[in-house]
Design a protein around this ligand. Sequence first.
Ligand code: NAG
Ligand code: NAG
Ligand code: NAG
Ligand code: NAG
Ligand code: NAG
Ligand code: NAG
Ligand code: NAG
Length: 443
Amino acid sequence: MYQERGFLASMLIFLIVRFCSSTDTITLTQPLKDGDILVSNGKTFALGFFSPTNSSNRYMGIWYNKVSEQTVVWVANRDRPITGSTGILSVDETGNLVLHENDQAFVFWSTNVSRVANDVFSAQLLDSGNLVLFQGGIYSWQSFDYPSNTLLPGMKFGLDKKTGLNRVITSWKSGVNPGVGDYSYKMEFVGSPQLFLYKGVTRVWRTGSWTGHGWSGVPAMTQNYIFNVSYINNNDEVVVVYLIRNSSIFSRLVVNESGTVERLTWHEAEQKWVGFWSAPKDQCDGYNHCGPSGFCNPFKSDSFECDCLPGYEPRSPQDWYLRDGSKGCKIKVGTQMCGSGDGFVELDRVKVPDTSTARVNMSLGLEACEETCLMNCTCMGYASADVSKGGCIMWYGDMIDTRTFSDGGQSFYIRVDAAELGTPLILFSSKPSKMDHVFESGC
Ligand SMILES: *[C@@H]1O[C@H](CO)[C@@H](O)[C@H](O)[C@H]1NC(C)=O
Ligand SMILES: *[C@@H]1O[C@H](CO)[C@@H](O)[C@H](O)[C@H]1NC(C)=O
Ligand SMILES: *[C@@H]1O[C@H](CO)[C@@H](O)[C@H](O)[C@H]1NC(C)=O
Ligand SMILES: *[C@@H]1O[C@H](CO)[C@@H](O)[C@H](O)[C@H]1NC(C)=O
Ligand SMILES: *[C@@H]1O[C@H](CO)[C@@H](O)[C@H](O)[C@H]1NC(C)=O
Ligand SMILES: *[C@@H]1O[C@H](CO)[C@@H](O)[C@H](O)[C@H]1NC(C)=O
Ligand SMILES: *[C@@H]1O[C@H](CO)[C@@H](O)[C@H](O)[C@H]1NC(C)=O
């Protein structure tokens, strides 16, 4: 009787385990072969082997299960395709997910995590599109930490300060090759955290710093954005997380192989992905387009988008005349910058300069920020670090990659001398932004 009950109990456990593991889970005894597909619990995502269009190579990846057009959001063996339909994804006895071929020792991809004292290993595809590896009940690895070219809602984008992991998304090599391509998009932390799009090691575009509501350089992020965007900067991490307000909308952010960061949403009626937002958009988005201390203004009527920041003049007037702003600007000759009646002028609706040359002090309000900047002659300008919570960013070096928008952006206060403070500003011909002389220095 006792034995029988034990048998029944283990049968039941076996049945439950069988049932639970049949669709979204890989275990030691249940690997995934090419041809098998794992489907997440809510049927939103699928995991399996696929071939890109016009290719016979096999890759292990995750795609939208409910979208008619093959849309891959994550690839494991990006640069190590399998040539035949012989791939197997399994959980091995070290607690790692391993991609290999039948009876072959060659490893195409593996999670490479160290084993904890446990031998109950499994991997599960969650309905968010996240593939999670468990050692016992503890998660030891997740695909959301190692994105390919796509950022999905709920993914943390940025740095885990405890482990040092900085998540980077990289373009495919081409539409038919998911290998790691030229473009990458990642967060950098010098000054105030900003996102950068790179081509190789060259900066292409910058979001600007976080203003409290959105990125300084992404005016599309308004209050009624379809997302609830959280920016978290604490002792554990500095990340941005996009949650979609209506979970039945499919939306993804991709760094595509032509060097654009684009957000697309799925239109069920038309059965296609439609562009929602993308960057870079215009010349002024190009990183450092007008050089150090330059100011990019796409609304100017003379059709040369570069200007100098107030108090600065072109470093190379010849190049400037030929509409090449790349050498940027220098402080005007004869400027008496320190302790001689200098102050600040406000530039409105701008993407503030690259914060790589800036320092942040979150305990200073805007007025204290102005005072602190004014007292130190090497401080070139300041802005609010968070328009709702306060805090201050002060620039102590080159002010690079400043631009204006017709709407959005934030205020930037630039240090000018007394002569400049008394000069009416005629920076804009077709005045998209307002500029005010704000502070007068007492020193
Ligand atoms: C696939 O190959 C066909 C025929 O060569 C070509 O017309 C098509 O553009 C290719 N598709 C992609 C995505 O490269
Ligand atoms: C696995 O991780 C170890 C330790 O972090 C590292 O030295 C090794 O290069 C990694 N191997 C692979 C294949 O990534
Ligand atoms: C945004 O998401 C966070 C975390 O899920 C939640 O606490 C907050 O209430 C959400 N805000 C809005 C406006 O939906
Ligand atoms: C969410 O999106 C779906 C599909 O677009 C739509 O049918 C539904 O009405 C939306 N729900 C809300 C609360 O907006
Ligand atoms: C990249 O995104 C831009 C903007 O959405 C689009 O015009 C372009 O066709 C995309 N390129 C590829 C290769 O998908
Ligand atoms: C921030 O400013 C306050 C007030 O001036 C000062 O006491 C503090 O040391 C500053 N913090 C940093 C990190 O500079
Ligand atoms: C001015 O600021 C710079 C950079 O923060 C600092 O190194 C220098 O000591 C400051 N000078 C004074 C007089 O506070």
